[in-house]
Design a protein around this ligand. Structure first.
Ligand SMILES: [Zn+2]
Length: 301
């Protein structure tokens, strides 16, 4: 009897403070966490230390996908002018481990692929993602930009739907889904009913992907690890801003269906722990200099 093949997918839903997530009815998040676990966690590196990293979106994404803080990956803002590709992202690690592993990215922000991953760039290893679905925010004909960010809502819905479809039909080995709408609503309206409604929408979209994962497990010999997280909190005063080192901005959360979690899965877990956890689940080996440079540790054994 052959073992089930291990698959992993991580979803970043942008800028949802832990207290907002916890006070909003989210049946799908709850279902995922009920299968595995939920914890508050942190982002931002060592406050006041060498690894302090702004609680800014692209900084958080890159801390997740490289398992390191800004002093290593060199992303300090959303411009991403000079990322340090010496700290490999998880897709590069996967491809180096086994080039037959199928990778996928579904994203409302194209720079995740072109800049953070550096897809296909020689200096980023030259590897290409096998399946990508992004660029919709650059298509103002199909998604006319509006001041209420309804176009981002519509793009997120499309991206999540495509992620669910592709997972269901193709079952890629390692996938990243990035959804943005909650951050736009946070910046525009701060804490309150509009943010709560946006989080409810996120819950529906994540639920579509979770359903696809469960459908794969029901029909294939596959063992899926799903991780859902956010890239930063928001300021305590209004819930509009972020970027500084206050507790609410540094506080994130992690939800996973993985049901064997070690003692590291708790409030001391950080966004940089997600890479080593997924690498553990997938059984990825990595070069010693990449492994020893990681700033996190796995929350699964
Ligand atoms: Zn963000």
């Amino acid at each position: 009897m052959s073992e089930a093949s291990s698959k992993a997918i991580f979803i970043i839903v942008d800028g949802i403070p832990a207290d907002v997530l916890e006070s909003t009815p989210t049946p799908n998040f709850d279902d995922i966490s009920g299968a595995g676990g939920y914890t508050r966690a942190w982002v931002g590196g060592e406050a006041g230390g060498e690894s302090e990293s702004p609680t800014v979106s692209a900084v958080g994404y890159n801390s997740l996908i490289t398992g390191t803080w800004s002093n290593k990956h060199n992303v300090y803002d959303n411009d991403v002018n000079d990322p340090n590709y010496a700290y490999w992202d998880i897709f590069r690690i996967a491809k180096k481990h086994d080039s037959s592993l199928q990778t996928a990215l579904f994203s409302t922000w194209t720079d995740n692929r072109t800049k953070l991953i550096g897809d296909g760039l020689p200096e980023a290893g030259g590897y290409k993602l096998d399946f990508t679905f992004d660029g919709l925010e650059l298509d103002a004909g199909r998604f006319p930009h509006d001041l209420q960010s309804n176009y981002i809502r519509d793009i997120d819905a499309t991206v999540a739907g495509e992620a669910a479809r592709h997972v269901r039909h193709a079952g890629p080995d390692l996938s990243w889904v990035y959804l943005q709408y909650t951050d736009d609503i946070g910046h525009r309206h701060g804490d309150g009913p509009k943010m709560t409604a946006a989080v409810s929408l996120m819950d529906e979209w994540v639920g579509q992907i979770w359903d696809a994962v469960k459908a794969r497990e029901a029909s294939h010999a596959e063992d899926w690890m799903l991780v859902v997280t956010t890239d930063h909190g928001r300021n305590a005063e209004t819930g509009r801003g972020h970027g500084c080192q206050t507790e609410r901005e540094r506080t994130i959360w992690i939800s996973t269906n993985h049901n064997v979690l070690n003692a590291n899965f708790g409030p001391d877990a950080a966004i940089v722990d997600i890479l080593p956890s997924i690498a553990t689940h997938l059984g990825l080996s990595m070069p010693d200099d990449i492994r020893t440079a990681l700033d996190g540790q796995s929350f699964i054994d």
